[in-house]
Design a protein around this ligand. Structure first.
Ligand SMILES: *Cc1c(COP(=O)(O)O)cnc(C)c1O
Length: 379
């Protein structure tokens, strides 16, 4: 099945009771049993829920995996992956990554005796330099947030396989429409389904997808034992969102390209970070591992002035100043004071998150209105 068909039908069966085309919202915590243990596959909704199950099957289908798991947030999904580890284990992670992932790693799991190395993964030798016998997980985010660096998943997976290390990829920015990490050698794909998969800024949710049954069983155990699951109503909403993922992504990519090309020519702009530019340092890798370049763009204004960046964002009218990304509406954010405020200033400036950096999640509105909005805000 092609991706566009999978987005709509992947992993889905019509409702067995009445043939409902969309799975019903099974808003229930428990299920009647005829005799102790005599149930129809569902006992308790932390463990299983039919609406969540339909969504988890859709996750698996669109990511070319065999098993999908849904969580109450993206961070809950990451939390479950790190719980595969034990004290003394080491993780090699992207250095330019979602601020909340950095906070979870350094402020929670480091205290449990897990060691994290943050490295620039554009150069594979930086990863190899950190590998030792305790290395159990490589955590990749590509494109990175907010600097839009591209990491070569196939190259990282070769290092991971050689040393028998699990490779996880946060695929939130690219989505499976653009990039399929499991096909490129990753063991685990993670999503903040809050973003493009949900697509309408109305749900917070996380997802994991794997191919391997043994790994899936361990993660299902953690999902049930730790209990960070999502509810049936939210499962329904994200399942509905996925059905239009391909058409939304197509427009996000078109609009993203137009905005990037407009900004790069603007006299007030210092630099535009978007992997679609031929002079982007990893454009060639982006071209091979992604189908298109997405709707996420970051830029800096000339003079690197904090106040001016804030003013520009405040002037925007069609773009909404807000955290998050990946919804149908365009959003603008200021990473240094918002999503990346939990990363110390020296750390974030090392990776390029300077005071004038603005991040755009380009939505699917009319492109003329988006460009006009940027034009007036930059004035
Ligand atoms: C938002 C985000 C997360 C965290 O997901 P939540 O759903 O907010 O918990 C993780 N990674 C990336 C790349 C994100 O954008």
């Amino acid at each position: 099945m092609k991706f566009n068909t999978k987005a709509i039908h992947g992993g889905q069966e019509h409702d067995k009771a009445y043939g409902a085309v969309m799975p019903p919202i099974y808003q229930t915590s428990t299920y009647a049993q005829s005799t102790p243990g005599g149930h129809k596959g569902y006992e308790y909704s932390r463990t299983h829920n039919p609406t969540r199950h339909a969504l988890e099957s859709a996750f698996a289908s669109i990511e070319n995996g065999n098993f999908g798991l849904a969580f109450g947030s993206g961070l809950a999904a990451i939390d479950a992956v790190i719980k595969l580890l034990k004290p003394g284990d080491e993780v090699i992670s992207t250095n330019d990554l979602y601020g909340g992932s950095f906070r979870l790693f350094t402020k929670i799991f480091q205290d449990f005796g897990i060691k994290f190395h943050f490295v620039g993964m554009e150069s594979i030798s930086n990863i190899e330099a950190c590998v030792n016998t305790n290395t159990k997980l490589i955590w990749v985010e590509t494109p990175t947030n907010p600097m839009m660096n591209i990491i070569d998943i196939v190259a990282v997976s070769k290092v991971a396989k050689k040393h028998n290390i699990t490779l996880a990829v946060d695929n939130t920015f690219a989505t499976p429409y653009l990039q399929l990490p499991l096909d490129l050698g990753a063991d685990i794909v993670m999503h903040s389904a809050t973003k493009y998969l949900g697509g309408h800024s109305d749900v917070v949710m996380g997802a994991l997808v794997v191919k391997d049954k043994n790994l899936a069983d361990k993660l299902y155990f953690i999902q049930n034992a730790s209990g960070a699951v999502c509810g049936p109503q939210d499962s329904f909403l994200v399942l509905r969102g996925i059905k239009t993922l391909h058409v939304r992504m197509q427009r996000h990519c078109e609009n993203g390209k137009a905005v990037a090309e407009y900004l790069v020519k603007h006299p007030k702009i210092e630099k535009v970070y978007w992997p679609g530019f031929e002079n982007h340092p990893n454009h060639d890798i982006a071209k091979t591992q992604m189908k298109d370049f997405g709707g996420m763009i970051s830029f800096t204004t000339k003079g690197n002035n904090y106040k001016e960046a804030i003013k520009t964002i405040e002037n925007l009218k069609v773009f909404t100043l807000a955290e998050s990304l990946g919804g149908v509406e365009s959003l603008a954010g200021h990473p240094a004071s918002m999503t990346h405020a939990s990363i110390p200033k020296e750390e974030r400036e090392k990776t390029g998150v300077v005071d004038s950096l603005i991040r755009l999640s380009v939505g699917i509105e009319a492109i003329e209105d988006l460009i006009a909005d940027l034009e007036q805000a930059l004035k």
